[in-house]
Design a protein around this ligand. Sequence first.
Ligand code: HEC
Length: 117
Amino acid sequence: MTFRRAPYYYPWIAALLLLTAGCGSARRDEPTGPPVFLPSRPAVLGEEVFMHRCNQCHPRGEAGLGPALNNKPLPGFMIKFQVRHGFGAMPAFSEKELSDFDLNNVVAYLKTLRHSG
Ligand code: HEC
């Protein structure tokens, strides 16, 4: 009768698997800084666009070179008009520079910045 032995390393593999199974840490890093409440996906995407295109003049929606955007309930179409046509020192953004999709998201983001009062 031939006795087929499992290769000698099988127990080692089994031991390794057992060891590593216990090591996978489920702990994730704590988030740093205060949480920023951004309710919708458009607002999250809009923040990204805003930071690239608008933030240098309207820092986080506050007044900078441009006026504050977070202290008045500007309707979406007014924001879009301002962005598409520019006014005074504000440059106009064509659809090539800023797609309608991006602009809609920026508007959603700006609405999340509004103060009450
Ligand atoms: C180069 C600086 C600059 C950039 C970049 C810029 N703005 Fe402006 N923005 C201004 C200035 C200056 C004004 C005031 C224009 C005026 O009334 O003479 C303004 C005005 C506005 C207003 C009207 C505010 C009001 O009180 O009526 C809105 C809305 C606005 N900007 C949104 C945006 C958005 C959205 C972006 C990014 C897509 C952007 N701006 C990028 C300078 C800038």
